[in-house]
Design a protein around this ligand. Structure first.
Ligand code: SME
Length: 167
């Protein structure tokens, strides 16, 4: 059994370092992409303060399809280029939205969401999907979150077989 230690006392940079260590421990000996993404969404939701949604969308054709997540029920399919998720996927870069009401085309799954960060999952140059985090606080996410989540996403991509989720 994995014991997730409290990380509430850590600075943001140290928190992401500790998260990477815990993710690496979770992924040892396990390459199932569904299981690893599910555990990662649970760990992020549990460890990062002030989130109301954390999870994955995986690319199938020209659409992002809902994957493992924690939070309220979410929309299932998002076309490339639509919403924050579709924008991050199409641009292949992390998008930080300090105020979702100011982002044209934002897709509101939970009306409580006020800010959002979406990190594209890119493995060996191929777009696999996105990691999406929402917060009920305005301006919740910054560059430290962007770097920390990118490193966590890269760990998932290197450790997991996502071929039956994305393609
Ligand atoms: N807000 C996202 C949709 C996904 S939910 O936040 C879970 C978007 O605009 O793409």
């Amino acid at each position: 059994m994995h014991v997730v230690e409290s990380m509430a006392h850590l600075s943001k940079v140290d928190l992401y370092r500790a998260l990477r260590e815990q993710l690496a421990a979770l992924f040892v000996g396990e390459r199932n992409g569904l299981a690893n993404a599910a555990n990662m969404s649970a760990l992020l939701y549990d460890a990062l303060p002030d989130l109301n949604w954390a999870g994955f969308y995986f690319l199938q054709g020209r659409e992002l399809v809902l994957g493992p997540f924690q939070g309220k029920v979410a929309c299932v399919r998002i076309a490339l280029g639509r919403g924050v998720c579709g924008a991050a996927a199409e641009r292949r870069e992390t998008v930080i939205v300090p105020d979702v009401s100011a982002f044209p085309g934002h897709i509101a799954c939970d009306v409580a969401s006020r800010s959002e960060i979406v990190v594209p999952l890119i493995h060996h140059g191929q777009l696999k999907g996105v990691l999406d985090l929402d917060s009920s606080q305005l301006n919740r996410f910054d560059l430290d979150d962007s770097r920390g989540l990118k490193a966590a996403a890269d760990l998932l991509l290197d450790s997991s077989d996502l071929s039956y989720l994305a393609g």
